[in-house]
Ligand binder design. Structure first.
Ligand SMILES: C[S@@+](CC[C@H](N)C(=O)[O-])C[C@H]1O[C@@H](n2cnc3c(N)ncnc32)[C@H](O)[C@@H]1O
Length: 246
């Protein structure tokens, strides 16, 4: 499965941003800014060490770098298993002047190569539903975050309102798949993204999944919260890492 997902994102990489802007009418940018804001709240003493998992073309990294500029000393890491996505990400970071501040790594969310407690915050945007084992992904993210730090997850959802849900599903099938296909040449990728978005647990169900994360033997989080965006098209979740702060 993960090989197929990696191939899909490698093929999509060069046109990924265009597809996102077109299909979300630019909304995804505001949501990623909100995710970055949430992560920045984990800064301590004017310093933030953050890891963006499944960073793709780098929107959340760029948002964190911009929001931190001039007020936080910020060390950012971005991780993705698609080398094509990482290449696009590096180009965008360099063009924005944030390249020196961010280290990009080719790796797997399910097996992070960082020591326990290395970061104040770990984020993942529209990535957790693509990993083979989302609970393990959350456990790994929690493991590398220090006690009191934050795990921030931005992910698609299904609107709670029946009418809005029906409209959104129709939009997915009649607009997103064909238009995404035309814009990127990868219609199958948009069919996959649509399918997974329609079935991935959201809201209380996803928060339950976060609460069940136990990277060692104890629960990962002392508190988990979630906020619906645009009536539940997307959700922003935050887990506060449990344990004694140093
Ligand atoms: C829908 S894109 C999201 C990219 C970016 N976070 C954003 O919000 O625009 C999903 C990303 O997850 C990456 N990905 C999926 N499974 C992964 C895994 N197990 N480890 C690392 N990256 C993964 C893909 O390569 C892709 O870049």
């Amino acid at each position: 499965m993960s090989e197929a997902v990696r191939g899909l994102f490698d093929a999509l990489a060069r046109r990924y941003d265009l597809g996102n802007d077109l299909l979300s009418l630019g909304l995804h940018r505001a949501w990623k800014q909100a995710a970055a804001r949430e992560a920045l709240r984990a800064a301590q003493a004017g310093r933030l060490r953050a890891l963006d998992c499944a960073c793709g073309s780098g929107d959340i990294l760029l948002a964190m770098a911009r929001q931190a500029r001039g007020r936080l000393d910020c060390v950012l890491h971005g991780l993705d298993f698609s080398s094509e996505m990482l290449e696009v990400c590096q180009q965008r970071l360099d063009a924005s002047g944030a390249g020196a501040q961010v280290e990009l790594v080719c790796g797997d969310v399910l097996n992070l190569q960082y020591a326990d407690g290395s970061f104040d915050a770990a984020t993942i945007g529209f990535g957790i539903r693509n990993v083979d084992d989302p609970l393990r992904g959350i456990c790994e993210m929690a493991r590398v975050v220090r006690p009191g730090g934050r795990v921030v997850v931005l992910e698609t959802g299904q609107p709670g309102n029946r009418l809005w849900r029906a409209v959104y599903r129709l939009y997915g099938r009649l607009v997103m798949e064909p238009l995404g296909g035309i814009a990127t040449g990868q219609r199958e990728a948009y069919a996959y993204l649509n399918r997974t978005a329609a079935s991935f647990p959201c809201g209380e169900r996803f928060m339950q999944l976060m609460r069940s994360a136990t990277p060692g033997s104890a629960p990962a989080f002392s508190a988990v919260s979630g906020r619906a965006l645009m009536g539940g098209i997307a959700w922003l979740y935050c887990g506060i890492r449990a344990g004694q702060e140093a």
